[in-house]
Ligand binder design. Structure first.
Ligand code: FDA
Length: 316
């Protein structure tokens, strides 16, 4: 119930303007992001790297309706790749399709060229990621974008192997989508899913979402050539699920360091270091940027107990 209310709140521009105006909001978001600018994210990445973790960088922002603005996002990420190389950081980038223009035309049916804009932009970033020996990760947004996102990724993958995509275990359709990514092999970041979706298309019960996650992980690991050619990321803080994934991997002769786990900055930090010390390959996804409101409220929805933290920050 609270999760559903918070997910609704994440879509409200009125609540966004109210929240952003409050002084405590910036203090509260610090828990999940080192700062709004790229420099803070790179500095935090360096600290993590010195302790054995890789990172994934993502600039917050979604539903960009202007091709010029989407172009500026591409220019920003091209610069990120350059800075990452100059600092010898083990950092990949992760982008949202609607940040690269996919939603252009959604607000104006006469102008439906968002798909072409997003394709061109993903192509440029995948090419640049390949030149840096890196992977361009594509986030998965709300269910209305799943078909287009997967089409885009498969199209760009036919030209560059350096692209990977996020799949959400809460969606009932995901096993079928996963099967379309095996040949040619596409890297998959498996997560549970963070958006408000109707029960007709997404499992409402956490137990089913968790079971689906492990089942999807097993399907990738059963396809050993796919796993080896396009190593997946398991994007979860659920330590029981990570234990299950490691067990399934071991049963298939997959060594611990080939199991790649990615968690978000500020969540289960100790476990991130412990899993890395135990031999898994661990990355931390660091978000930065000014457009943090919807992303931040989705983090609250994942764990409504986080609201207490917000309330405490208000009175500090
Ligand atoms: P679950 O929610 O069951 O949490 C397990 C435990 O982790 C909790 O009991 C708690 O201890 C801790 N925890 C989890 N979330 C927390 C939080 N916000 N604050 C504090 N503690 C928390 N989603 C999506 O739809 N599209 C995407 O592209 C991505 N991308 C992505 C990348 C990466 C690297 C990660 C880790 C996650 C995403 N997500 C995502 C978000 C994902 O769908 C999901 O909402 C969150 O990861 C929370 O689910 P868990 O798997 O952690 O399990």
């Amino acid at each position: 119930m609270l999760r559903s209310l918070l997910l609704r709140a994440s879509e409200s521009t009125f609540l966004e303007s109210q929240f952003r105006r409050r002084g405590f909001s910036r203090r509260a978001i610090r828990r999940f992001m080192p700062g709004e600018d790229l420099e803070s994210a790179l500095a935090a990445g360096k600290v993590l790297q010195d302790r054995g973790l890789g990172v994934v960088l993502t600039r917050l922002g979604e539903e960009v309706y202007d091709a010029g603005e989407a172009d500026a996002v591409v220019a920003h990420y091209l610069d990120v790749l350059k800075q990452v190389a100059a600092r010898k950081l083990d950092a990949e980038i992760s982008v949202k399709p609607t940040q690269l223009g996919l939603a252009i035309g959604d607000d104006d049916p006469r102008q439906r060229d968002g798909y072409a804009v997003a394709e061109r932009n993903l192509d440029r970033l995948a090419l640049a990621a390949a030149a840096h020996g890196s992977t361009l990760w594509v986030d998965m947004e709300g269910s209305e974008y799943v078909d287009a996102t997967l089409d885009l990724v498969r199209t760009v993958r036919s030209r560059h192997a350096s692209i990977g995509v996020c799949l959400q275990s809460y969606l009932r359709r995901t096993p079928d989508d996963l099967a379309t990514l095996a040949d040619p092999p596409v890297r998959v970041r498996l997560v549970k899913g963070a958006y408000r979706e109707p029960r007709s298309i997404a499992y409402p019960r956490k137990a089913d979402v968790d079971r689906a996650f492990v089942d999807l992980a097993r399907r990738i690991m059963d396809h050993r050539a796919w796993f080896d050619a396009a190593p997946p990321h398991f994007g979860t803080h659920d330590l029981a699920i990570i234990d299950d994934v490691v067990r399934v991997a071991a049963e298939r002769g997959i060594p611990g360091e080939a199991v790649q786990v990615t968690m978000l900055y500020g969540i289960r930090s100790e476990a991130q270091h412990r899993l890395s010390d135990e031999g898994l390959t661990v990355r931390t996804l660091i978000s930065y940027g000014e457009a943090w409101y919807p992303w931040y409220v989705r983090r609250l929805a994942e764990r409504p107990a986080n609201l207490w933290f917000v309330l405490r920050t208000m009175f500090e």
